[in-house]
Design a protein around this ligand. Structure first.
Ligand SMILES: [Zn+2]
Length: 416
């Protein structure tokens, strides 16, 4: 039997509101957090198709003043955060105000970062708070509350305690991190994700799957994060191709939105692994979108880690969720936890099941039109040393197998 942990910490949003069409409740939820809301939107599509106006209308009806900040469609840069904090300072943002992040991980991360910085005593740039590059300033004062409305069904940023901030000069992609940064309320309306185009649906969905699998096998996982990740895999894997082929499929969009949320809660409390470590460097040096970078790295990450102590058994258990779409509806008491039980279910030995997991991931990439080689996503061979150097963030430190620079170089050259 898998035993519960005797000791762990777990951080999550105070309130999660999930459901098709529930964006109509945005204003009422915002009102429970404040009277003036600074809106950080990351999608021009939501502006153009009227969804943003619909949401703003609910703010007006609830008596919340909505202040729209400039739309930011890219993964947030240091300047984007500093500029938004300056805007908040000029508007004298403080008690009674909140931030609303509407969009993918980029918009929600930007809202979380600005909400955290505006309440700190120091007026320093966000750079000074970033792990490893700044002067070590910490988020000590409670941030302004954040209401997160995720729209891409992938990143899970609505449930995490970090915001990923990038810079091109000097090149880095690093998290601003504090347990105080978890959004206060998360409103997941999967209907908002039907306007996401096929390629972004594929990439963000693969981001969620990578997050679920990496948080499942990392040595930092707890039984709570593994249960979340396991359920998420059972939802995401069978539904991603359906959402990709049929963008407006309600069941597929609902399943992906739920899987993304679970991935955020899992990773916020367990960390990730090498796919995310390398993905950060691929974003900085080669401008590869985050989810695409994760997708390309995932098969290699599974292959590199599978023979490390204990990982194969974990992958086999995760595989049971991934390979059996009906798993999410099973009575939890029916779910096998041990290798012997797994074998009874379908006659597969652990090693064969992990082979199937790899096969399923590889076929997913084919079905989603995602390339397999680094050279196909804009990586130049001469960039590999810089990618290796800048892969060493918090995510890589959670990878089951520790990799030397030489090993990682060899892995990436093989993938090129
Ligand atoms: Zn990710």
């Amino acid at each position: 039997m898998q035993m519960p942990d005797s000791s762990y910490d777990f951080c999550a949003p105070s309130r999660i509101v999930f459901g098709w069409g529930r964006r109509v409740e945005a204003g009422r939820l915002a009102r429970s957090l404040g009277r003036r809301a600074f809106i950080v939107c990351g999608s021009r599509t939501l502006e153009q198709n009227g969804r943003l106006d619909e949401i703003l209308q609910t703010f007006e009806e609830a008596g919340v003043d909505a202040v729209c900040t400039p739309t930011c469609t890219r993964e947030p840069l240091v300047d984007d955060v500093d500029r938004l904090v300056t805007l908040l300072r000029e508007a004298r943002a403080g008690t009674g105000d909140l931030l609303v992040g509407i969009g993918g991980g980029s918009a929600i991360d930007l809202a979380k970062a600005a909400a955290a910085l505006i309440t700190q005593e120091s007026r320093a740039s966000v750079v000074e708070y970033l792990e490893g590059v700044g002067s070590g300033l910490k988020i000590e004062t409670m941030p302004l509350p954040v209401l997160a409305l995720p729209t891409t069904g992938g990143t899970g940023s609505e449930a995490t305690r970090n915001a990923v901030i990038s810079s091109f000069d000097p090149p880095f992609k690093i998290s601003l991190r504090s347990e105080l940064m978890v959004p206060r309320i998360v409103l997941v309306d999967p209907e908002l994700s039907v306007s996401v185009p096929p390629n972004v649906t594929a990439w963000t969905g693969m981001d969620a799957i990578t997050q679920l699998l990496e948080s499942y096998v990392t040595p930092r996982a707890t039984s709570a994060t593994q249960d979340l990740a396991w359920s998420g895999l059972g939802l995401a894997v069978p539904n991603l191709v359906e959402a990709f082929n049929n963008l407006s499929s309600r069941p597929a969009r609902e399943a992906l939105a739920q899987a993304a949320l679970l991935s955020g809660m899992a990773l916020a409390n367990s960390g990730l692994g090498m796919a995310h470590g390398v993905a950060a460097a691929l974003g900085v040096h080669c401008s590869v979108p985050h989810g695409l970078a994760c997708a390309v790295m995932l098969p290699t990450a599974v292959r590199i880690n599978r023979h490390h102590s204990g990982v194969e058994a974990k992958l086999a258990r995760a595989g049971w969720a991934m390979l059996h779409p009906q798993v999410a509806t099973l009575d939890p008491s029916e779910v096998p936890r041990e290798r012997d039980e797994l074998r009874e279910y379908d006659g597969l030995a652990t090693v064969d099941r992990v082979d199937r997991v790899l096969w399923r991931i590889e076929t997913l990439l084919v079905e989603l039109n995602i390339p397999r080689r680094l050279s196909k996503i804009g990586v130049l061979r001469e960039q590999i040393p810089a990618i290796v150097r800048d892969s060493r963030g918090n995510s890589m430190s959670g990878n089951p197998r520790a990799l030397t620079d030489d090993e990682l170089t060899h892995i990436l050259e093989e993938m090129w």
